[in-house]
Design a protein around this ligand. Structure first.
Ligand SMILES: Cc1cc2nc3c(=O)[nH]c(=O)nc-3n(C[C@H](O)[C@H](O)[C@H](O)COP(=O)(O)O)c2cc1C
Length: 155
């Protein structure tokens, strides 16, 4: 087996983390790996929020279904399906005006694009956990951001 397949097979969710800090070059390598994931139509309909602030990690550990392991992590990354990015792109590029002027049909971004963004985000997450694993940084998904989005969006 090559090293990539070994890394994929060795990865498992970790919920207890060492005190070792994540070096800045490790963080950059992980984020760069996320950004290299394929995205639908190359639209990159997602955003990443990197959280290293201990207070916020602690709050997340409570608001995300009381999972203490989140507070003990050195870093969390929230991946968001970012439908707004496509709406902004349409606005800034005057897509509607161009289509109207050229007698072309016009489809504004719709709900299915939100799902595309979700797929983009999940694809990037998996690159992230594999990249982290490959440099000995354990990880665990946590999925309760949406359930409490009214609370989280005010952070
Ligand atoms: C979308 C998603 C959400 C998850 N949410 C949580 C979570 O909130 N807390 C947790 O401890 N594990 C979470 N997990 C991790 C799964 O429980 C874990 O991947 C699964 O049990 C298989 O174990 P493994 O990753 O060690 O192979 C999540 C995984 C995925 C893919």
């Amino acid at each position: 087996m090559n090293d990539i397949i070994k890394t994929i097979n060795n990865r498992k969710s970790l919920r207890k983390f060492s005190e070792k800090e994540i070096k800045i070059e490790e963080e950059k390598a992980i984020i760069q790996s996320a950004l290299r994931a394929p995205t639908a139509g190359n639209l990159m309909l997602y955003s990443m929020i990197v959280i290293k602030n201990k207070e916020i990690l602690k709050k997340l550990s409570v608001s995300c279904d009381n999972q203490p392991f989140i507070a003990s992590a050195k870093m969390a990354i929230i991946f968001l399906s970012d439908y707004q990015r496509l709406c902004d792109y349409f606005e800034m590029s005057n897509v509607k005006e161009y289509r109207d002027n050229n007698n072309l049909s016009y489809d504004y971004p719709e709900l299915s694009d939100l799902l595309l963004g979700t797929e983009d985000a999940i694809t990037a997450v998996q690159n992230t956990v594999i990249a982290a694993e490959s440099i000995d940084i354990g990880s665990c998904y946590f999925g309760d951001i949406i359930e409490n989005y009214e609370f989280h969006r005010n952070y």
